[in-house]
Design a protein around this ligand. Structure first.
Ligand code: ZN
Length: 463
């Protein structure tokens, strides 16, 4: 029987399963079972996790990530402009605006609500102006506050993620003083910080090109001083470098570890002893005759083609090795805001707000929020600036038009591929130009409203 003890305090009493990345921040759960329930699991939530979850609610909402415990997507603060009046509100979806709520304008002079609710409130019925949600132009502004990325709370969260993940991948049980510094940083936040923010734009570009849109990514490696570094990449927006231990612990054999957690719940993983070990794996694979067959081209050059579908993800191995080499060489980090890191954060955040990922979760959510029982037929407002809505309505119309009776992941990707000429699971950047094209595409289609309804029904029935 394996000895199971808390990695923070060594107790074997009341152990629990800790979500390494808080449940509200990911659709792909990873856990560490050697964490005691109260002091080193539940208490972290109030100490630093909930502050980060709250501050990142707009990001998780945009990426269709929600807590498995909660029914709804996170709410975030937004300002909406309707008929030139600003209303400050707290929403989970733009459809929330009129779900029986009353909005008060920023200058407190106006109230806005759906007709039904307005009738209840207004004493003089003649003063109530009916609104048509379909033709209303709503402009939404969200203030993106970057302070959270430099906050002690997110530094402690990054340290917690790095430590629990590294321990889980090495089956560490019980307290070890090798991890003294990081444990007291997570517990108190008061000692020397093992966390800094990577601020090299070349590394961000290199990693950003490889990982999936909105993914979290964790990478453990030994640096030139043999310390254990873990890179915690949150949503592809920001990378924290965490020194988990200032030497390589003798009881840990897996020191080159990589894991990507995607927003559609899928994941990729490499676990190896060291960088050398990983490089050897793919080099042996590439040089082995068994995996490649020579093909002579007409110009006399011999080309090696893979003999079968490789069982080793060569490109992933090469990416991870190159990334580690990059992190070992370039030590360019900060703990405070400056122009370089601010530019990186803004660029990555705007990519998230301008792109859409089409998968089961995102399209089912859209249909659930926009096609409630008894809703009015969808009319496209030519002046609408809501890019993601136009994009989703267009896809529903294409599904309706396709005549399919049932849909699955594969069929959805095929339809998206046909409509947008993209590969499976690639994100789609919704530029102003694309939105205009989609709008015209919808408006030029006769019966678009009923085609959209058909598409929505097919998505609703998707089990
Ligand atoms: Zn404990």
């Amino acid at each position: 029987m394996l000895d199971k003890r808390c990695i923070y305090c060594d107790t074997d009493n009341d152990l629990s399963e800790s979500d390494i990345i808080p449940d509200a921040l990911t659709n792909a759960r990873i856990t560490n079972k050697n964490v005691c329930r109260v002091d080193h699991n539940n208490k972290f939530s109030d100490m630093f996790e909930s502050k980060v979850i709250e501050a990142l609610s707009f990001i998780t909402n945009e990426l269709d990530i929600k807590s498995s415990k909660g029914k709804n997507y996170a709410r975030y603060a937004a300002t909406v402009k309707i008929d030139d009046v600003d209303y400050e509100t707290y929403i989970s979806s733009e459809k929330d605006l009129f779900n029986g709520r009353v909005l008060k304008s920023a200058d407190k002079k106006f109230l806005m609500s759906s007709l039904e609710r307005a009738n209840e409130i207004a004493k003089d019925q003649s003063k109530v102006k009916p609104i048509d949600i379909n033709t209303l132009v709503i402009e939404k502004t969200v203030n993106v506050n970057l302070e959270i990325y430099f906050d002690p709370a997110i530094f402690r969260l990054a340290a917690k993620i790095a430590f629990e993940w590294y321990c889980a991948k090495n089956s560490v049980s019980g307290y070890h003083d090798d991890f003294d510094n990081i444990i007291s940083f997570i517990n108190t936040g008061n000692c020397e910080s093992p966390v800094s923010i990577v601020q090299n734009s070349k590394i961000y570009d290199f990693v950003g090109n490889q990982i999936n849109f909105g993914s979290h990514c964790l990478l453990s490696f030994q640096d030139k001083q043999n310390r254990i570094n873990v890179i915690v990449n949150l949503f592809g927006i920001v990378m924290y470098k965490v020194i988990v231990c200032n030497h390589t612990p003798e009881f840990c054999t897996n020191n080159l570890i990589y894991q990507e957690l995607c927003t559609d719940s899928s994941r990729k993983e490499i676990i190896n002893q060291s960088l050398m070990d990983t490089e050897r794996t793919y080099q042996e694979y590439l040089t082995s005759d068994a995996h490649f067959i020579p093909v002579k081209l007409p110009n006399g050059i011999t080309f090696m083609l893979p003999a079968e579908i490789p069982e080793v993800d060569i490109l992933l191995y090469m990416f991870v090795c190159n990334a580690v080499r990059g992190f070992q060489e370039i030590n360019d980090e900060t703990v405070t805001p400056n122009k370089t890191i601010i530019d990186i954060l803004l660029k990555n955040i705007s990519r998230i707000t301008e792109a859409a990922l089409l998968h089961k979760k995102s399209i089912k959510r859209f249909v659930k929020e926009h096609f409630k029982a008894g809703h009015k037929p969808n009319k496209i407002n030519p002046a609408s600036s809501n890019k993601k809505d136009i994009f989703m309505l267009y896809i529903l119309m294409v599904i309706g038009k396709s005549g399919v009776k049932k849909i699955d992941d594969n069929a959805l990707q095929q339809i998206a591929k046909g409509a947008f000429n993209i590969g499976a699971n690639e994100e789609i950047l919704i530029s102003d130009e694309l939105v205009e094209k989609l709008k015209i595409g919808i408006l030029e289609t006769l019966e678009y409203s009923s085609l959209i309804e058909q598409g929505a029904t097919i998505i609703e029935q998707w089990e």
